[in-house]
Write a protein that binds this ligand. Sequence first.
Ligand code: ADP
Length: 330
Amino acid sequence: MKGNFQLRILTYAVIAYMLLAFSWWTVLLFQKNQDAYRAKVELAQLVSAAQGGAASVKEFRNSGAFRELTDNYKRQEWMILGESIVFVISLVIGVWLINRGYNRAIFAEQQRRNFLLSITHELKSPLASIRLTLETFLKRNLKKEHQDKLSVNALKESERLNTLVNDLLMAAKLESSYQPVPEELSFTHIVLETVDKLEQKYPNSSFDIKGEEQALKIKADHLGMQSVIINLLENAVKYSFDEPNIEVELKESDQNIQFIVKDTGIGITDQEKKKVFERFYRIGNEDTRQTKGTGLGLYIVHEVIMAHKGKISIKNNHPKGSVFKVELPK
Ligand code: ADP
């Protein structure tokens, strides 16, 4: 980081030097042009006087030769000015492009680092927990009740690993060759199924579903729709406070179905609203962040929705939280 900062300062110093040097050359060129003009005028005047032409300065200044020299001088002045402006503009555009590329590279590097840190944690912690459970089973004779509790926990952890691996596979597929395989689905059914699972996984959370009575049908990719629904609903829980209360709305129009998820959680600032759909993007920093995740969820959601020619938007919920609205063609 310190190296980057020094490199940046050095780059700015070189650019400032180039700009100053070029301004100075421009001033010098103006002066030289002016000196050359004066010398040419004097010479032309002397030649004219010697050849018996304009004798006085006033007479010479009315002559065609003087006008030609002056026009030429003015043209050259404009040329110097024009070229300086083009050079400065090119330099500024070049610097801007380099800076943008540099910032993007730094950002991508940061995202990759965050991803590696989070994926390591996400893979290690359920594995460690499952291993510990199995070791406990081996070493001790546990009561049935205790055994059940540990087994349920290990199952939850393996489910977490499964979700993670599915996300990784889906992300890899989206990168290369994702083609939705459309089939007739009950969107409402997938939502209800997912809500059930999440209520078990997060016993403190509650879901208020509006429009569940109308069984929304859609022709879409089953796995893709599952990913969209689980990621949006689980995020709503993950990024809410102690007792998440999530509002889910299902609607339909002639051509579209709408799936709206409202939470009252930490919210997303306007600056971050677009970025959260980028691969590996997670708000904040991996060293300080509390919530588990890989930054793949919303990327998957966005790509799947785009592959189905749908739309997704994020708005602020009032007084706090976020509203994710998905529109999918039937
Ligand atoms: P993650 O695995 O980190 O949850 P996502 O791609 O699903 O990855 O989300 C990207 C980031 O967007 C999250 O890290 C979080 O900072 C932010 N985010 C996603 N959903 C919400 C939400 N409902 N409320 C607030 N922030 C959210």
